[in-house]
Design a protein around this ligand. Structure first.
Ligand code: GLP
Length: 241
């Protein structure tokens, strides 16, 4: 794992946005795996700005997001599709039909997962996967469990994760109980992985991800096995290392 130290959130966002800038400039047809949550918001803002001011060009790129809540459609302000539209897709020149998220409104779980796997395969795999880090070490919505799931699957969100994400909803009861997430296997197949993390409250997860045993109880620890991972973290997130 390569570790890039950032002074603060702004610096972390800029460093990560630079990596994506290089990826898309060198390989315009890149397939980018993208993440939601508060952490990538700053870097998405920069990518939007650089598209307007620095000719950053996403017109040949494809994006595949990690996850989506079950039961939330694209116009629901708390869905991840809505999040991606507002924080990134509407600010860059990507073609809408080249942006993919699992279908949260699908009534058939198996079908929704199969379809997302088909999409990932048809894009030829992921060139650069951006990840955030959950407080409990989850990546995407791969929660701590007894195994590393390989493929897209439906997941029951832990109480810890529902509470952490409650800030995006009107009330904690509104947080869905289930979601679809890309599997650990698909994340690990990405050619490059860039994980962004900031803040003291994530420091225990960062320590366990980098120094702890590789275990599905700490899903992000599996990244120790990937040949090309860059962790961009601010000083607070690194405070326990
Ligand atoms: C959610 C997302 C993850 C994200 C995590 C951390 O649960 N499914 O992909 O990494 O939250 O979010 P935040 O950046 O808001 O701390």
């Amino acid at each position: 794992m390569r570790l890039i130290r950032a002074n603060d959130y702004r610096d972390m966002s800029k460093k990560a946005a630079n990596l994506i800038f290089s990826q898309v400039t060198l390989h315009p047809k890149s397939v980018l795996g993208l993440a939601t949550g508060s952490t990538p918001v700053g870097l998405y803002e920069l990518l939007g700005r650089w598209c307007r001011e620095k000719n950053l060009d996403f017109s040949h790129a494809t994006t595949i997001n990690l996850d989506e809540y079950q039961g939330l459609g694209p116009t629901d302000e708390t869905s991840y599709r809505y999040f991606m539209d507002t924080h990134l897709f509407h600010s860059i020149n990507i073609r809408e039909n080249r942006t993919f998220l699992p279908d949260g409104m699908s009534e058939n779980e198996e079908e929704a997962c199969r379809e997302y796997e088909r999409i990932i395969r048809s894009c030829g795999g992921i060139d650069l996967q951006l990840l955030g880090l959950g407080h409990n070490g989850h990546i995407g919505f791969n929660e701590p469990s007894g195994c590393f799931p390989a493929h897209t699957h439906a997941v029951a969100l832990s109480e810890n994760t529902r509470l952490s994400n409650a800030r995006f909803f009107k009330s904690p009861e509104d947080v869905p109980y289930k979601a679809y997430t890309m599997g650990i296997g698909s994340i690990m197949k990405a050619k490059k992985i860039v994980l962004v993390v900031n803040g003291e409250e994530k420091a225990p997860a960062v320590r366990d991800m980098i120094r702890g045993p590789i275990t599905p109880r700490m899903p992000a620890s599996v990244l120790q096995l990937h040949p090309d991972v860059t962790v961009i973290a601010d000083e607070a997130a690194l405070s326990l290392l």
